[in-house]
Ligand binder design. Structure first.
Ligand code: SF4
Ligand code: FE2
Length: 624
């Protein structure tokens, strides 16, 4: 089986009938994967190589052993992932720097901006909100390259965690600096010590979680609004036969927010009717999909593995992308249908696409131009080629940290207790009604059956009184399989089902996009601070059942570095170095209080997590 998603199965068959190649065909054609690559023991860092480690050639030409080679490759994955999240964040901050009252971008969450301004010592009294925004944005931009000090958001962690980072010298300084340090230290002839390479990786990844990603989340909330609870739907069945279908795929909300606005423009809606459509139907994919569903309820078309399949429905007028997770193959697939594959970012030009550059200064005009292209393409839709699969599930989305606390306040007796805190969540964890909270996040990986591990693990966890929070393509999987629906509490065990009923939440909570994994850090940190504990003392865990990207390696590493055990359903390319495996899966327990654990069997992985949460509870219950 290739995927457990029935819509995808239908479309894979359609692709065969249409003679269109998909990732699933390439997976079969690829046959055996490169064993050196899988183990991480191929070094291409200098041109004397590539050197591949075998029993007969245990050292590269320079003398680098398997630990150095695997460690350098791992560190570079962390650096690339951190760069991707953080450059996304930088884009959002630049956008805030040009926000103005009558411009394309306004400030939507003034309270959050003022809180941050106060935290950063920016004067707020009697000042125009836009002056505050610009000053705060300037300070945030310095976080990427400031010459002195450490990252400001480290102070959001419990003091115990901050002390630990200092003790182990893994407090990130500025974001770009950590990335550069890894690129320098992994250059030929620099760091050749595996402990040091893992420490560098931890420090850089923390610059992602408590730097780039956290900035991305907080600044997006300020600019575009902090998500609030709302209803939506997910899966390819959200495409509509009689409307102009536009898919928003990629990551940065600066673009998608403007497309949402443009799609409501009366002139463009009228134009859609003129060309014979009943209107404009936006649908999201990957993290852009998560951003727009969280803030606008825009329906989710699908996940990473459905990007080609969406076009294969024959019903998509435009696939609009910006950066990250975009298959270059979309250019070829869209040639087989009428779909316009529109790239918009100078950071991700793709040959064979239609390139319409999106600039924040001319955002709404650019967005209108893009939407117009889609509308004008409606007439080219070939009815013979259209097949929209019917399945879709209803979802409840929009759980920012504040929205979660808002929901929790429903069970607070406001005459006795203070509202607006994590106390109700803490009480559920203390009493054991909830055994723990687990973040199930990350991509889809063609090395496994699409969606199977995500869905299996989420269902097992909620059957064992473990509340699940999810982001990224994990969230899309949860949405498609009905787990983001409040009715899914019927799949949960008694304790969790009761909490869901009282607090009015689904058993799996959609926290947003991949950069919003920082929301998980924030919630765990608040719980730990409330209990005066470190994050590693709380019965929580992170899981990336089907991870594939370098960004996921950065996330997994910062989650471990934050004291939260991380479970992987796909083995990272480290197996060739026993020392790397030992450090990441064992030794880190002593330094950061958490490790990676890997099992490619989803049922077994779920059981491991459940058992470990119970073990963690023994220690937790002693502390509380
Ligand atoms: Fe080979 Fe060393 Fe060059 Fe890597 S850095 S390719 S191991 S010589
Ligand atoms: Fe993502």
């Amino acid at each position: 089986m290739l995927t457990i998603d029935l819509n995808s199965q239908e479309l894979i068959e359609k692709a065969e009938r249409d003679g269109v190649e998909t990732m699933y065909d390439r997976k079969v054609a690829m046959k055996a994967q490169c064993g050196f690559g899988l183990q991480g023991v191929c070094c291409r860092i200098c041109a004397a190589g590539p050197c591949r480690i075998t029993p007969k050639t245990p050292l590269g030409l320079c003398g680098a052993d398997e630990h150095v080679i695997v460690g350098r490759n791992f560190a570079r994955m962390v650096a690339a992932g951190t760069a991707a999240h953080s450059d996304h964040a930088r884009g959002i901050v630049h956008t805030m720097a040009i926000a103005s009252r009558d411009g394309n971008y306004t400030i939507k969450d003034e309270a959050k901006l003022k809180n941050l301004a106060k935290e950063w010592g920016v004067e707020t009294e009697d000042r125009d909100i836009y002056d505050i925004a610009h000053e705060v944005a300037d300070i945030a931009l310095m976080e990427f390259g400031k010459p002195h000090g450490t990252l400001k958001f480290l102070s959001h962690a419990p003091y115990q965690r901050q002390d630990l980072w200092k003790k182990h010298n893994i407090e990130p300084r500025s974001i770009d600096r950590e990335i550069v340090t890894i690129m320098h230290s992994t250059h030929m002839g620099c760091t050749a010590d595996i402990d040091s390479l893992i420490n560098l990786s931890l420090r850089t990844s923390l610059a992602d979680g408590w730097g780039g990603s956290m900035i991305g989340t907080i600044f997006s909330d300020i600019l575009f609004g902090t998500p609030t609870v709302r209803q939506s739907e997910a899966n390819l069945g959200v495409l509509e036969d009689n409307k102009v279908n536009i898919i928003l795929h990629g990551h940065e909300p600066s673009l998608s927010e403007m497309i949402v606005l443009a799609s409501e423009d009366p002139e463009l809606v009228a134009l859609a009717k003129e060309v014979g459509a009943e209107g404009i139907n936006l649908a999201g994919m990957c993290c852009t999909g998560n951003e727009v569903t969280m803030r606008h309820g825009v329906r989710t078309a699908g996940d990473f593995h459905q990007q080609e399949l969406a076009i294969i429905t024959g019903a998509v007028e435009a696939m609009i992308v910006d950066v990250q997770c975009i298959f270059p193959a979309l250019a070829k697939v869209s040639e087989c249908y009428h779909t316009k594959f529109i790239t918009t970012s100078p950071k991700a030009k793709i040959s064979g696409s239609t390139y319409i550059e999106f600039n924040e200064e001319t955002a709404l005009d650019d967005a209108k131009k893009i939407v117009k292209e889609a509308i004008l393409n409606f007439k080219n839709r070939d009815r013979e080629k259209v097949h929209i699969p019917q399945l879709k599930s209803s979802t409840t989305v929009g759980f920012s940290e504040q929205a979660i606390i808002g929901q929790l306040d429903r069970v607070v007796n406001s005459q006795i207790d203070q509202t607006g805190t994590v106390k109700p969540l803490v009480d559920c964890l203390k009493s054991g009604v909830l055994r723990g909270v687990v973040g199930v996040v990350g991509c889809n990986n063609a090395r496994s059956v699409s969606n199977k591990a995500h869905v299996t693990i989420m269902k097992e966890l909620i059957k064992n009184d473990i509340l699940v929070v999810t982001t990224g393509c994990g969230a899309s999987a949860a949405g498609k399989f009905g787990l983001l629906n409040k009715e899914a509490k019927s799949m949960a065990s008694k304790g969790l089902a009761t909490v869901c009923e009282l607090v009015d939440i689904p058993p799996v909570i959609h926290l947003g996009s991949c950069v919003d994994c920082s929301r998980i850090l924030s919630v765990v940190s608040e719980v730990a601070k409330y209990l005066d504990m470190d994050m590693c003392d709380i019965p929580v865990a992170g899981v990336a059942p089907e991870w594939m990207s370098e960004k996921a390696v950065a996330i997994g590493t910062y989650v471990v570095g934050s004291g939260i055990d991380t479970y992987l359903g796909i083995m990272p390319p480290i197996g060739g170095s026993s020392k790397t495996v030992e450090i990441l899966t064992q030794t880190l327990q002593d330094s950061v209080g958490a490790t990676f654990k890997v099992n490619e069997n989803p049922e077994e992985l779920a059981q491991m997590i459940i058992n470990d949460i119970e073990k963690k509870r023994v220690h937790f219950e002693e502390l509380v």
